[in-house]
Design a protein around this ligand. Structure first.
Ligand code: ADP
Ligand code: MG
Length: 320
């Protein structure tokens, strides 16, 4: 079984707040009840009541009444916290699957955007299974929902309806923070706009080293990536001095650096000539041979031919 490690610190802090606040309220109500019961039980004969000790200490009835009120509140708050954390860990366990199964699957997902009050359906009732170690191509004409599907697989977006399971975790039950952690540890995404993937003022080499370090990986595989993608001639230059196609290849190298289990590449050959596209396809295939799972959105026939699984979309619906 494989699980992605999440910090439990936030759960502890949340539980402390969940326990602390009701306990404080219970104690305050208990003390107030105790003072009230104490003052009713002890007639104040002393003309100087300020010299008397507080009623809570002076009579057992006040103390008993206070505890009697506070005790159910304390019990209820502690029981509530235990029930909530048990439910959380049960949900967490339920969505853990065997590491030999698919790395991701989508079950009847739809995604609707609301544009100026109108519904725009980007995905309509899609089922998808992404098998590990494969190059899966999502094909279809422009506007068919390819990028939307990749965004959902990469935890950058959520479906309007349906379930998505990624690396054993059902995304709909994860908090925003847990989804962010899952994305960081499991997914590397190459967006179609190079500027969204790179620090443009820095060199390609800097971007590559940064990507590998962020994934806690060494820089050993970077030289091989530079060679496979044939980017050695310009990778040392600042990215804002490269052409769009050169930036795109450097961006793909960044996505592949550090051996992330799932690599999502959106139109990786979008602005490339046939020779550069062949280098990109070779890099994608090599990544799957090294154990990664690659999903790419593309309408490039060369990419689709090289894929071991092809999913075709049209107007947001899966057609094959
Ligand atoms: P593809 O990548 O296949 O070209 P997209 O997934 O980008 O298609 O878009 C699918 C449909 O969803 C399109 O009709 C597009 O206009 C719409 N769409 C995508 N993103 C948004 C958005 N953020 N807001 C509104 N509509 C969107
Ligand atoms: Mg797209």
């Amino acid at each position: 079984m494989r699980r992605t490690g999440f910090s439990t610190r936030s759960l502890w802090v949340a539980s402390l707040v969940e326990i602390g606040v009701p306990l404080l309220i219970g104690t305050t109500i208990g003390v107030l009840t105790s003072l009230l019961a104490g003052s009713l039980a002890v007639p104040r004969l002393d003309p100087m009541p300020s010299l008397q000790p507080p009623a809570i200490f002076s009579t057992p009835w006040g103390t008993i009444a206070g505890i009697a009120v506070a005790l159910p509140l304390w019990t209820a708050s502690i029981a509530g916290v235990i029930a909530r954390s048990t439910a959380r860990s049960t949900r967490w366990r339920c969505c853990t699957v065997n590491s030999d199964g698919p790395i991701a699957y989508c079950h009847h997902i739809s995604r609707t955007f609301i544009v100026r009050g109108d519904d725009v359906s980007a995905l309509d009732d899609i089922d998808l299974v992404v098998e590990r170690g494969r190059l899966t191509a999502i094909a279809g004409p422009s506007g068919s929902g390819k990028s939307t599907l990749l965004s959902i697989l990469g935890c950058l977006d959520r479906p309007t309806t349906g379930r998505v399971v990624l690396a054993g975790h059902e995304l709909t039950v994860l908090s925003r923070r847990q989804r962010r952690t899952l994305r960081r540890t499991t997914v590397a995404t190459m967006l179609p706009q190079p500027a969204h993937n790179l620090l443009l003022a820095r060199s390609g080499t800097h971007n590559l080293t940064l990507a590998a370090r962020q994934r806690h990986a060494g820089v050993d595989g970077i030289a091989e990536l530079i060679e496979t993608l044939d980017i050695g001639a310009f990778v040392g230059r600042p990215c804002n001095t490269m052409s769009g196609g050169e930036q795109q290849r450097v961006a793909l190298a960044c996505a592949l650096a550090g051996s992330t289990p799932l690599v999502l590449a959106d139109e990786p050959t979008g602005s490339l000539d046939a020779t550069s596209a062949a280098h990109v396809i070779a890099a994608l295939v090599r990544a799957t041979e090294a154990g990664a799972t690659v999903v790419t959105a593309s309408h490039d026939p060369a990419v689709i031919q090289s894929a071991s699984a092809v999913v075709r979309l049209d107007h947001g619906r899966r057609v094959s």
